[in-house]
Design a protein around this ligand. Structure first.
Ligand code: ATP
Ligand code: MG
Length: 650
């Protein structure tokens, strides 16, 4: 691709970063300002202008899904061979590659959960914590390893860090020690040891260092505010004193400090590299002014000492953010499902919608509600897509079909999509998702492959099976995971860096966000940043909701999150509701079920946040009217439109 064309579509500051081809570069900017876009264009520009070859670049991002998206964008920009990976994936590749040479013997087994080993270690120390206790212990061990604290130093380290141990600090240290021993004995490798070992073989073996550093000469790290000391150690090992490093981040999106990450590597970057090009971006290209207003408000509570960058909205106006209160969680989830159905009916793609929550345990209610409403959704990320059994099997069968295996049928002449669906059907790709979580997950993976076939067919009409398999092979080689076309259900932590047209932030109560165990001021600030991350995922439509009780009929004791203060319309006190008398009973919106206040007649009982078949001009007038009454008469923003109301604004 022509190098200069890659600078088109960047604003002057983004372009400055992209053109700073060599040496240290730091982009420090708020959410949605185009940091990720700037670095992908910078990489492609460096390749196109011959500064560096594709294979010499290592781009590191935070989640597998973000890495997949970056590879997707780089392909589109003519740099398909750039390695965009998570720290773990990059380390795993290098470690496997150099294992025989550097260490030898059988390769260790990678474990992605410590719980089992921690339980055994605890029991060897005569401790029997319950499940929560085990999880806390595992996180504590993780924190220690990530911040490079050894068992013997644990007690002193937590005092220094102002951290409270989940049990007697001495016991944590004992379990940690026992865990490490057990891990070594059984040749298990957890994620932290994976990074540590990779860094160690590079720094300790000049021969391996030379090979790694010869291979990678150009480094880019996205989401640098959440880099932890262990990742930094590995990065430094890769760099070996060189400075072709570009980092990008937003201190206001630090959401992993509980796990040992620190924004100080980002904020201290220009002190560490005084000759660095530092670029700040403030224009928000992602979200509507309505969403940006909520985002800026969310950060207003942040201590003045913190670095924060006020976002400037660039996009045209969109719908007002919605705030809705429900009696209980199932009511909230069902209402969200109804709103999603309405969005899909009015043309929003399911894959452009996300439901985001604080803890994974909140997912179940939404899985149920979306399932009941026959809305396609996906709950797991893109983790190790090509390692899944069903996908391995499918890829194998599809490759066979290309070479004309006995029962593949005319594959080259049959329209591609039908052929692929036909081949995947016996593996479990039914027309609609099956019941049961495992069957459903399997179905989702296969549906993603079918979707890929549709994409290929749409891009290259008349494409044959051979072309599809070539595309598939290229993706297997670069781990470029196809996306499933459903609504995303995800935790706020896993949503960073991503964006959707419509975002539902659910379960926004005190105790959930901020989460109940966020006790110190710093912990609450991290929760606030998490809220900011959630808000800024939305391009157009942002709906925030909470439920007063957990289960139907339960006590309505929950309070809306403090982060909504000054944002959500104040709900009337019980006394106010009483004095409003008979005429002011609470009713539900007919479409989404949100509580509407102020009812006289109940003809057009629906709230403005539901996309409905209002005539557009009328809708605008209604919104204006709502704004007026909301501010001047201090009535709640949810109103019921009676005939009289409609006449008043007509
Ligand atoms: P986050 O902090 O959430 O990771 P970010 O700063 O990385 O956000 P991007 O994801 O790069 O932001 O960009 C946000 C959106 O704005 C994307 O859809 C991107 O394509 C778009 N965008 C970025 N820069 C521009 C630009 N100069 N012109 C038009 N659109 C842009
Ligand atoms: Mg980004």
């Amino acid at each position: 691709m022509d190098a200069d064309r890659l600078l088109e579509g960047l604003d002057p500051e983004q372009s400055e970063a992209a053109r700073a081809a060599r040496g240290p570069v730091c982009i420090l900017a708020g959410a949605g300002t185009g940091k990720t876009r700037a670095i992908t264009h910078r990489i492609a520009y460096a390749v196109a202008s011959g500064v560096v070859s594709e294979q010499q670049i290592l781009a590191v991002t935070f989640t597998t899904r973000a890495a997949g998206e970056m590879r997707g964008r780089l392909r589109g920009l003519g740099a398909p061979r750039v390695q965009a990976r998570t720290f773990h994936a990059a380390a795993l590749r290098q470690l496997s590659y150099f294992w025989a040479d550097a260490i030898g013997g059988p390769q260790p087994t990678l474990i992605d959960s410590k719980i089992k080993a921690v339980a055994q270690a605890a029991s060897s120390c005569a401790l029997q914590p319950d499940r929560t206790g085990l999880r806390d212990l595992a996180s504590e061990i993780e924190w220690s390893k990530v911040t490079q604290v050894r068992p013997a130093d644990y007690e002193a380290a937590i005092v220094k860090a102002g951290r409270t141990a989940p049990m007697a600090a001495r016991d944590v240290a004992r379990v940690y020690d026992a865990y490490e021993e057990l891990r070594r004995e059984r040749n298990l490798l957890d994620f932290e040891s994976l990074l540590e070992l990779t860094a160690a073989i590079i720094t300790e073996s000049p021969r391996i260092a030379e090979r790694v550093r010869d291979q990678y000469r150009y480094f880019v790290v996205d989401e640098f505010q959440d880099v932890n000391p262990l990742q930094k150690l590995l990065l430094d090992a890769w760099l070996g004193g060189r400075d072709d490093l570009c980092v990008v981040g937003d201190p206001s999106q630090t959401i992993y400090s509980f796990a040992g990450a620190t924004p100080s590597f980002l904020t201290g970057f220009s002190a560490a590299y005084p000759h660095a090009t530092v670029v700040k971006l403030v224009r928000d290209y992602r979200s509507t002014p309505q969403v940006v207003r909520v985002a800026n408000h969310a950060l207003r509570g942040v201590p003045a000492s913190a670095q924060r960058l006020e976002l400037q909205a660039q996009r045209p106006d969109g719908p007002e953010p919605g705030y809705a209160e429900y009696d209980d969680e199932p009511a909230e989830a069902n209402a969200v499902a109804r709103k999603i159905t309405a969005l899909i009916d009015s043309g929003t793609l399911a894959r452009e919608i996300a439901v985001l929550f604080r803890t994974n345990s909140q997912s179940a209610a939404y899985e149920q509600a979306l399932g009941d409403a026959s809305i396609p959704f996906t709950v797991r990320g893109a983790t190790r897509f090509f390692d899944r059994q069903e996908i391995k099997q499918a890829v194998h069968t599809l490759r066979g079909a290309r070479h004309g295996a006995p029962d593949s049928a005319d594959a080259d002449v049959e329209p591609l999509v039908t052929a692929v669906r036909h081949i995947l059907a016996p593996l479990g790709l039914t027309d609609s998702p099956p019941e049961g979580r495992q069957a459903r997950e399997r179905w989702e993976s296969l549906a993603a492959l079918a979707q890929l076939a549709e994409d290929v067919a749409a891009e290259r009409p008349g494409a044959a099976m051979t072309e599809f398999v070539e595309e598939l092979d290229a993706r297997v080689a670069t781990e470029h995971v196809p996306q499933f076309e459903g609504v995303t259900l995800a935790s706020l932590h896993s949503a960073k860096g991503l964006e959707w047209d419509a975002v539902f932030l659910v379960g926004l109560t005190e105790g959930m966000l901020p989460i109940i165990y966020a006790e110190s001021a710093e912990q609450v600030e991290e929760e606030r940043r998490l809220f900011y991350v959630g808000v800024t995922r939305a391009r157009e439509y942002l709906a925030m909701s909470w439920a007063l009780a957990r289960a139907p009929g339960g006590r309505r004791t929950r309070k809306p999150s403090r982060f909504l203060d000054g944002l959500r319309p104040a709900s009337p006190s019980l006394a106010e509701r009483r004095t409003q008398g008979r005429q002011a009973k609470t009713v539900q919106c007919r479409i989404c079920g949100a509580t509407l206040i102020e009812a006289a007649e109940r003809k057009l009982r629906r709230c403005l946040d539901c996309p409905a078949d209002y005539d557009e001009a009328l809708l605008e007038r209604l919104k204006d009217w709502r704004r007026e009454v909301s501010t001047e008469q201090k009535v709640p923003a949810y109103v019921v439109f009676t005939d009289a109301t409609l006449q008043a604004v007509a």
